[in-house]
Design a protein around this ligand. Structure first.
Ligand SMILES: *Cc1c(COP(=O)(O)O)cnc(C)c1O
Length: 428
């Protein structure tokens, strides 16, 4: 109401009068607003710690702020923009579909979602796909499916799910319950029963947490938000064996590392395991809101008509865009590029590690890479931004690089030079 009034009046005196009457405590704030940052800080929930730049345009691996500053983007929308910004392939698919059919309802069949499901099934372990709008929703669906399937098969007392410490599965109540990070859960209890957290890379503790009530293990093949934590050699194989032995479902959260980022379409393909359920989101739509849960036929049978649904999940518009994304990932060599550029990038980071003791460890696979520092990484993130590079930091001390999969050697070299300069200036 307030912003609407501001918009339509376009008259400072009128706004000031209105603001004084409606929101006296904030009147001054509202009068002072002259730019996007102030506007966002005044009218939006303060749920994000944002960098003080307003991005207005993107092209490939580069974005520009409203002052015209250029940045090479190693955040990529947090592992989302695999084909880069303003991908012409996605734009074309979206434009064509937007002038054909945007939305009907899942009460009817539409072409793009059926085709997208087929291409995902043909390229994975799965037999069926359920579409939704985000990573959290995909995991929410997976949790529901695991419960329903297991209760039908083993009885009503079988519903506990084991997840990992330091994991991240989303912000809805169920996925928050699954997320093994106290700092994210604080203040939102009571949580969904009965989630149990065990340390990642630890098979003994996993086995110890199993009893008759456990139905599934949910794990990120590589922990992303948790600090780019890669599984030890045979760890995921071990998890799979334990699941098999105890008749538990293995649910892989590939929301961050799926869709080519690690150098194969899905990261489980690196680790020699096959899950029962897999969730996808982030790069699946290159920035369009889409999530997906994939599962085997036997599991999918537990979800009949009416069991689970979403209004927007798999609309023609969004699935037409995602279909273009998946086809390009599969056919244009970007997954291969993620592998070769990822190896190159990791080597260059390793050279930096040899030069600077501030770097404790280089981690990751393909184009999800982490640099563990001996200190908080905020200053380095900010210094990079000033020099024209967007990077981010997780768990305080881990610089995380999840650039578009179309990143080039030249762009990586530019970032490495930038980091080299920054580390050189830092006093140990
Ligand atoms: C980002 C992320 C999610 C949550 O996805 P949203 O789209 O933000 O709901 C879940 N799991 C993993 C591994 C993620 O990286």
């Amino acid at each position: 109401m307030l912003s609407l009034c501001c918009l339509i009046s376009r008259n400072t005196t009128a706004i000031a009068t209105f603001a004084r009457e409606v929101a006296p405590g904030r009147a001054l704030d509202i009068i002072m607003i002259s730019n996007t940052i102030d506007r966002a800080d005044t009218f939006m929930f303060n749920t994000y710690k944002r960098s003080p730049i307003t991005l207005v345009r993107g092209d490939g691996c580069r974005v520009w702020d409203e002052k015209g500053n250029e940045y090479i983007d190693f955040v990529g929308g947090i592992a989302v923009c695999a084909l880069g910004h303003s991908s012409p392939i996605v734009s074309k698919a979206l434009y064509e579909q937007s002038t054909t059919l945007v939305h009907v309802s899942n009460l009817f069949y539409t072409q793009p979602q059926a085709e997208l499901a087929q291409i995902l099934v043909e390229n994975s372990f799965a037999d069926r796909v359920f579409f939704c709008n985000s990573g959290a929703e995909a995991n929410e669906a997976a949790i529901k499916l695991a419960r329903r399937y297991s209760k039908e098969k083993f009885g009503p007392e079988r519903y506990a799910i084991i997840t990992m410490e330091n994991s991240f599965h989303g912000r809805t109540m169920a996925t928050l319950s699954a997320t093994g990070q106290e700092k994210i859960r604080i203040g939102f209890d009571p949580f969904l029963e009965d989630f149990r957290y065990v340390p990642f890379n630890d098979l003994d503790n996993l086995t110890a947490a199993i009893d008759k009530s456990v139905c599934a293990v949910m794990v990120e093949p590589i922990q992303g938000e948790g600090g780019v934590v890669v599984p030890d050699g045979e760890y995921l194989k071990g998890v799979k064996e334990i699941c098999k032995k105890h008749d538990l479902l293995l649910m892989l959260d590939e929301v961050q590392v799926g869709m080519g980022r690690t150098g194969s379409l899905f990261s489980y393909q690196h680790f020699g395991i096959i899950p029962d359920i897999m969730t996808l989101a982030k790069a699946l739509g290159n920035g369009l809101p889409i999530g997906a849960m994939l599962a085997t036929e036997e599991l999918a049978n537990a979800f009949g008509p009416g069991s689970h649904a979403t209004t927007f999940g798999g609309t023609p518009l969004i699935t037409a865009g995602a279909l273009a994304v998946v086809k390009s990932l599969l056919n244009d060599g970007w997954i291969e590029n993620a592998r070769t550029m990822g190896d190159y990038f990791k080597n260059q980071l390793t050279y930096l590690q040899q030069k600077y003791s501030i770097i404790k460890e280089i981690k990751g696979l393909g184009l999800i890479l982490g640099v563990l520092l001996d200190r908080d990484g905020t200053d380095i993130v900010n210094a990079c931004m000033e020099k024209g590079f967007l990077i981010n930091c997780v768990q305080g001390k881990v610089l995380r690089f999840v650039p578009p999969l179309i990143i080039t050697k030249d762009e990586i070299d530019l970032l490495i030079n930038c980091l080299d300069e920054i580390f050189k200036e830092i006093k140990i």
